[in-house]
Design a protein around this ligand. Structure first.
Ligand SMILES: Nc1nc2c(ncn2[C@@H]2O[C@H](COP(=O)(O)OP(=O)(O)OP(=O)(O)O)[C@@H](O)[C@H]2O)c(=O)[nH]1
Ligand SMILES: [Mg+2]
Length: 409
């Protein structure tokens, strides 16, 4: 305890370190009267009192070690990692298990994080716009260089866009997978199949890497961690096509439904529609993220229950910035004012972003890995075994194919 105090003082009184060390060296070699004289000189200061106390209570060998410590502390750069901390030097029952957190933090900082989000829904609901909103909003405003106004074209194929984002030394690769809107055809039967196929293809890629004999140390993860499902702002109830689409999707991926273009609804309409959607989801057995069955404990349940009460988030998207009260904000300018996309008084985009990135990112990835991917893996490996035994493979995902790879889905 003494030692720690004195070390602290040596940093504070850095300028006096050298002379103090010399004094101590002389004192340790001299007789008691020398020591008393020295103590007298320093007795007016806190430092003196501390050291004098040590002299009164300690023998020569302690003085030598004290001397050594003072010199070391002066030489040691402050950022150098201590092999064993202060706690260890004083508490012999301390093993240091808690240091694992620091090790994990450093490893995670080095590796960075990956998050893959997919946007799905009927054509023209603002999927591509919301994807840009996410990239241009606070998540990655710095990483977006272009500000020129350009119209977002209709999406005609599934395409992934990634951005490397860095905040406080933590790196994240955020990939958003934009999909073409469905519902344009007269017959929209099985319109979810291309999306399901894409999701399964990513699981398959991961599986192939995993079962490879010479597998990579770190398997590139292109699996879809979360799917944002866009519900048109009809204000009535879920349409059969949305029910069917989400029913299929929810079995293979985490889905977070949102009410698209929420600026078209009044507050009362929004509240009513949200309530109606929640009832429809429940009635149709559609399990959206965060799934009740995966709540880990009471605290988790409490947090997730609040989120479940808010879902579907009523969002507004924009990739245009406007000057509002002297600040540049992402918004939609109308004749009657500007809708601020990141303002929670205006819409719920910020809640969606927080859920995906700030509060639940790790959980979303864990559920993808331990539930959805795991289900795919088990089925897929079972199917391979069945085929090896000469039996025909089961149909996957409702996606017909010669070598069926899936997970119903
Ligand atoms: N009012 C309103 N309009 C929006 C919103 N988000 C996007 N839009 C507009 O809706 C139109 C279609 O937007 P997109 O982002 O291309 O829609 P999409 O869902 O990607 O369309 P597809 O690629 O055809 O599936 C554009 O004119 C957008 O400016 C919103 O939140 N509110
Ligand atoms: Mg689009």
């Amino acid at each position: 305890m003494d030692l720690r105090l004195v070390c602290g003082v040596s940093v504070l009184f850095h300028e006096q370190d050298i002379s103090l060390s010399c004094q101590l060296g002389r004192v340790s070699a001299s007789d008691r009267s020398d020591r008393e004289a020295w103590c007298h000189r320093w007795s007016g200061s806190v430092l003196g009192i501390l050291i004098c106390n040590r002299f009164e209570n300690a023998g020569p060998e302690v003085i030598t070690s004290f001397y050594g410590t003072m010199s070391d502390s002066a030489k040691t750069p402050q950022h150098a990692p201590a092999a064993r901390g202060d706690k260890a030097s004083t508490d012999f029952s301390y093993v240091g298990i808690d240091a694992i957190l620091e090790q994990m933090r450093r490893k995670a900082m080095k590796q960075g994080f990956e998050l893959n989000i997919m946007v799905v829904g009927q054509s023209g609901l603002g999927k591509s716009t919301l994807m840009n909103t996410l990239f241009k909003s606070k998540v990655s405003r710095k990483s977006v260089l272009t500000t020129e106004e350009e119209r977002i074209p209709k999406t005609i194929e599934i395409k992934s866009i990634s951005h490397d984002i860095e905040e406080k030394g933590v790196r994240m690769k955020l990939t958003v997978i934009d999909t073409p809107g469905f519902g344009d055809q007269i017959n929209n039967e099985n319109c979810w199949q291309p999306i399901m196929k894409f999701i399964n293809d990513q699981y398959e890629q991961y599986l192939q890497e995993e079962i490879n004999i010479n597998r990579k140390k770190r398997i590139p993860d292109s699996r879809v961690h979360c799917c944002i499902y866009f519900i048109p702002p009809t204000g009535h109830c879920l349409r059969p096509i949305d029910v069917e689409f989400m029913r299929h999707l929810s079995k293979v991926v985490n889905i977070v439904p949102v009410i698209a273009k929420a600026d078209t609804l009044t507050l009362e309409e929004r509240d009513y529609f949200k309530q109606k959607i929640r009832e429809d989801l429940l009635a149709n057995g559609i399990d959206i993220y965060p799934q009740k069955e995966f709540d880990e404990d009471a605290e988790d349940r409490m947090i997730n229950e609040k989120i479940r009460e808010m879902i579907p988030f009523a969002v507004v998207g924009s990739d245009q910035e406007y000057q509002v009260n002297g600040k540049r904000l992402l918004g939609r300018k109308t004749k009657w004012g500007t809708i601020e996309v990141e303002n929670i008084e205006h819409c719920e985009f910020a809640f969606l972003r927080d859920l995906l990135i700030r509060t639940h990112m790790q959980n979303i990835k864990d559920i993808t890995s331990s539930i959805h991917y795991e289900m795919y893996r088990v089925r897929r490996l079972n199917d391979s075994n069945t085929q090896a035994n000469g039996q025909p493979p089961a149909q996957a995902n409702g996606v017909p194919g010669p070598e069926v790879l899936s997970h119903e889905m």
